[in-house]
Design a protein. Sequence first.
Length: 555
Amino acid sequence: MSGGNEGGPGCTSVSLRRALSLTPVSLWLSLFMSAMDTTIITTALVKVSSSFNALDQSAWLVTSYLLTYNAFLMITAKFSDVWGVRSVMIGSSVFFLIFSMAAGGAKTMSQLIIFRALQGLGGSGMYSLTFVTLMKMITPEKLGFYSGVISSVFALANLLGPVLGGVITDNTSWRWIFWINGPIVGTGIAVLFFSMPGLVADRTHRERLRGFDIIGGVLSVLWPIPLIFALQEGGVRHAWSSGPIVGTLVAGVILLLAFGLYEGWLTSRTKMDAIFPIRFIKNPRMSLLLLGMFLLGFPFYVTFIQLPQRFQAVNNKSAERSGILLLPLSLLTPVGAMLAGTLIGKWIAAEFVLMIATAIITISFGLLSSLPTSTTLPVAAYGYEILAGFSLGFATAPYYFLLATSIDEKDIPVGTGAMNMLRTLGGAVAVAICSALHHSTLRKRLPEFLSSTQVSDMEESIAALTRLSPSVREKVGVVFGESYNRQFQVMLAFTGLNLLVVIVLGIVEPDESVESGILKAGIQPNEVERVKKANTNSAEKDVISSTPADDAKLP
């Protein structure tokens, strides 16, 4: 698309603001659908796979989506440097929509798995570019608030996805799990098309593409796939010592090293725009932010995945009831994020907010790791959830705020993509660790009163608990409770490590050479745009035009 004012010559500042105010709504809708597709399929796996007589391949309906959803986070963010955030965001949404419809119409299991993988590719762009869009369009003092609103997506997706998937498959065809994306994502695309700013015509697409790091882009996609596959499947469908797991782990590490070495060579020897600028690692604050976001993924994913399982296995609750019991966690996460966004830049430094949030996360995990292993769920557990949910949200907004202050504005897309990828990768690592600990505990303790067949059934599905007598069921519940407590104790160690990371982050001085982060201590919000105008490195800025750029920010 060409540059220029998206609304035409007659587009006023007021009408521009009105149009832009719809953008967060469409971003929320699009991101919600892409995030919910990671969970909505979980309660429908048996019915979907059984309709194709392919129950043994059911796990791939989840894995195929997650592989591409996570692997393309960084490169889709970088694509926005070439074609603009608006074009790539809409393109990703259309791609997601097309293959959602295709998945709903799949005739074979192989087709469905392939369409799910392609659907994940589109969802990856929707996820990554939502945050890039916020960083570019939202005024700094409102960035945290809008980050909180957007963060509510993940809480609601984790909560509603499995429930909605079960309701759809119980009352109509499983194909509507995918077709439901049509009207909602389609509405989001239409709103984005008319409300979102376009690309400045400072360079042609050919000039931008000529400097694109193609090899680095390919490597950035290739290295996460085998690693995430191994982390998802290790100890579940394949033993950790099996050929497929060892082979994919080794391949992932080799590809990661190749990616790092190539990006280092490209940065030092050429003028091309690297997919992952090595200067990120040389920047102490950015390195700590990336490490912190990776470690934040541990508690973030473990709480939403493991707690509902605990409620079912230990407290003998149904899947629907477990979702309701998770409400304190789910509802307080966006509240914490929005409160942090309100405080940052006005009342308290982002680094201090992050320290407080991480400290509360550590405390909440210590409390969650001490829950009783009996069937009765103590009232205090709801308080622990509130602490965990609030602090996880409270910790999210500072990361994106500090990202904007630590790197040049032209690096924001790839920086955002890297942070999002590392959080999901951290979550995958955490879930893999918890899975390994869980299976180890079950294999060690359950043979004391269960047969080998029963132990195998317990490892495969919590539903097997319903086939046990009440007395044996109670014993098994105690073992499950000990397992979940052990998992949270290990996660407690990682959150403690993250607390040390954010403390160091608060000590490290900002890089004074960074020219487009701007939001350093002492600069008031009304001074930010003045400094931005003086930024000589803003050729990559993805706004409507240079004249109304400041007005194009959401108030």
